[in-house]
Ligand binder design. Sequence first.
Ligand code: VGL
Ligand code: ZN
Length: 209
Amino acid sequence: MNGSGKALIVVDVQNDFCPGGALQIKNGDLIIPLINRMMDRFDLVVATQDWHPQNQVSFASNNPGKNIYDQIDIRGIAQTLWPDHCVQGTEGAEFHDDLDLDKFSLILRKGRDPLVDSYSAFIENDRNTKTGLAGYLNALDVREIFICGLATDYCVYYSAMDSLRYGFRCNVIIDATRGVDVPEGNIDAAVSDMKNKGIGVISSDELLR
Ligand code: VGL
Ligand code: ZN
């Protein structure tokens, strides 16, 4: 299939990040109708799925004496600790029921290594291990990506920033994302950092009109 140069990347629209989930994001589910509509405008749509083993190092429960949202140091890399979420094979790890899965040409599962988390769709949190997504997009002649999904200040942010390393033009469809905002102000900080690096922060109207 020809990517026609542009791909939509749908990040982690899973039950655990939506209201009622283990790491729920306020109004996380409200972006789903927009995402479903935007998929029709792209020839290539890729989804990521956070897919952790129960013994994932980023779970506070696997770090005795530590609390949710604490930061730990893993071989020199800061890692935030989360509630158990998106455990492989659980309901929480499934895509939200309202999300249209039919247009996904690739579902990239990330965070599968017990010892290394992966926010980014491109490179794991050790900042070194590749997921292979850049190679896939390059093979299909994708030059520009449009990112939506959850969470604005974690997996969307890291994916957007890392895409630049591989030479993609990158846009974040900001109204089709929602963030965790931990620590407070993190969403605004992520958005200004992305803008400063030349990432387009656009609205879904620009694609849907
Ligand atoms: C995410 C925290 C932990 C995300 C995933 O999808 O943004 N955030 N795991
Ligand atoms: Zn995760």
